[in-house]
Structures are given as structure tokens and as C-alpha cells.
Write a protein that binds this ligand. Structure first.
Ligand code: ZN
Length: 172
């Protein structure tokens, strides 16, 4: 089983805590794990840890537990770096929670945006295929809201208009 390194250095007492954790802990629990000194309890610490690439195992677990998050902010951007097919398969899975399904759809939109604005042909091609996959899931699109900079670029490829006020893709 893969192990991931972390390091916490206390700026109060100087204690250094270094070690390794498993994939699930590295994916979901490091902000809590590394937020204080285990020696003196101070929260004035410098922490670093290795983030595992999102795997089928961590994505599946995340998709079924409301309390789990990969990062407290910008989760859709973190997710967008995962494999596109994996994101779509998870969005389709019947056991995926509805709010996680929307987060996955937002992450796919980030991927589409990044692909369409990329110089690389294969990334543009992947983005067009991902847009077609979302077009085939109108119920998901109806419920989705995204940031404006994403929506403006992605909407034409979804064959929808983008409503700036709500962040939603509306049928043309
Ligand atoms: Zn300390």
C-alpha cells in the first residue's frame, strides 16, 4: 500500500513531526492531522504533505460520504486534475451523493474549459468529448452552476446559453 510523507514543524517549541500516512488519510485528513504541534499543542506550525493523485478508491469513498472533502476550498479544481473518464463514471454511479455528483460535473466543466483553452490538440479533443458526454446528461446540466469564466467558455460546447447571474446553463 502506498505511503505518503508529511512534516509538521512547530514554530513555538521547535518540535518536528515527520512520518507517513496511508492514501485515505493523505487524501482527506491532512488539514486536521497537520494543524497543530503534537508536543505542545501550538497551532503555529509549518506543515507540508504529499497529496496523492485522485484514485478510483479515494474518489469512490468521497462520492458516498458527505463529510469527506479533498480540500476545503476549490475542490472542483482539485478534482479536475483527476482522470476525466473516472470523474464521469463516478458522476454516473447510482451510489454517488447528489451534491457530489454536481461537484463532479463542475470539475468536468473545469477540465473542458482548460482543454478548450489549451494549445494541445489532444486536450482540446478530450474537452470536446467531455462536453458531448455532459450534453447527453441534461438533468445534470439543469442542476449545475459554475463560475462565470468557466461557463462562458464551456456553454457553447454544451449547446446551451450561460446565465451569468445564476451561473447556470440554460436551454437555448
Ligand atoms: Zn510545539
Amino acid at each position: 500500500m502506498s505511503q505518503y510523507s508529511y512534516s509538521v514543524t512547530c514554530t513555538e517549541c521547535g518540535a518536528v513531526d515527520e512520518g507517513q500516512v496511508d492514501e485515505m488519510t493523505a487524501a482527506f485528513a491532512m488539514e486536521d492531522h497537520c494543524d497543530r504541534c503534537r508536543q505542545c499543542g501550538s497551532q503555529r506550525v509549518r506543515s507540508s504533505w504529499a497529496m496523492p493523485r485522485i484514485s478510483e478508491a479515494t474518489l469512490t469513498r468521497w462520492s458516498r460520504e458527505a463529510s469527506l472533502s479533498f480540500l476545503s476550498q476549490d475542490e472542483d479544481i482539485v478534482l479536475s486534475e483527476a482522470d476525466g473518464e473516472l470523474l464521469l463514471a463516478c458522476a454516473d454511479h447510482p451510489q454517488t451523493l447528489p451534491e457530489k455528483r454536481l461537484t463532479l460535473a463542475r470539475a468536468i466543466c473545469v477540465r473542458i474549459h482548460d482543454g478548450l483553452t489549451s494549445e494541445e490538440d489532444d486536450r482540446q479533443q478530450e474537452a470536446r468529448l467531455a462536453a458531448a458526454a455532459l450534453r447527453a446528461r441534461p438533468q445534470l446540466l439543469d442542476a449545475l452552476a459554475v463560475d462565470s469564466y468557466i461557463g462562458r467558455v464551456v456553454a457553447p460546447w454544451l449547446h446551451r446559453a450561460f446565465d451569468e447571474a445564476s451561473g447556470q446553463f440554460v436551454p437555448e
